[in-house]
Design a protein around this ligand. Sequence first.
Ligand SMILES: [Ca+2]
Ligand SMILES: [Ca+2]
Ligand SMILES: [Ca+2]
Ligand SMILES: [Ca+2]
Length: 252
Amino acid sequence: LFLSSMAHQHTPFDPDVGLNALQNYILSPNNYFILKQHANPDGSKYAELVLQKPLDREEHPSLSLKVIAVDGGNPQRSGTVNINVSVLDANDNAPVFNQSIYRAVVVENAPKGTYITTVNATDADIGTNGEVIFSFAKIRGFTVDIFSIDENTGVISVAGLIDYEKEKKYELRLEARDRGGLTGTSKVIIDISDVNDNFPVINIMSFSNTVSEDAPIGTTIAVVNVKDADSEKNGQINCAIDKTLPFKIQSS
Ligand SMILES: [Ca+2]
Ligand SMILES: [Ca+2]
Ligand SMILES: [Ca+2]
Ligand SMILES: [Ca+2]
């Protein structure tokens, strides 16, 4: 808080005496300050500007006050002084993300550096009190290494190998910290989309390598198990057997 052009205490000099001398100080209407008037032992008066409620730079970065000193004479004479108060910033606002949750999708196996999404936070303070640094919050002491976040721009990108077959979805906690140490949080949910990067794998469970020539139709010769680690269409399998052979495949 700066008080310029006038000190806390001010005694306009009025050479008159009695009623014609200084009678009163008046402060222009405002929400923050009041004037306390005091009398010196010699009868002269002075006033003190006293803060009544906390200043808020974010609401009012500066205040213009006027103090009027009036005498008791007729005609009444007055003197005016202007007081400009500049409110210095305190770090009283934490950064706030513009979304409480962010969602994004990235394909598996996307190369390092692939853009995923951008998060943003604002801080109502100024200077370093309002400078925001982004990071992923540690989850149970574990840091995320397959995604990275640019601490200045909030850009989230791929930093490691993403395998849909291992993890289909990531939920990461975000932190925005100002230089004064106040933090805001949010989260980002990253859905991984599947790529057809797995071949079907055939496992023979049982197999009879001899079959009687009079075996009835429908006799089971072999049981195979076929798997594809991918999802949906990428994991759907069609089994076929050479049509010229006297065997058919049936799913169970
Ligand atoms: Ca502030
Ligand atoms: Ca702040
Ligand atoms: Ca896949
Ligand atoms: Ca596949």
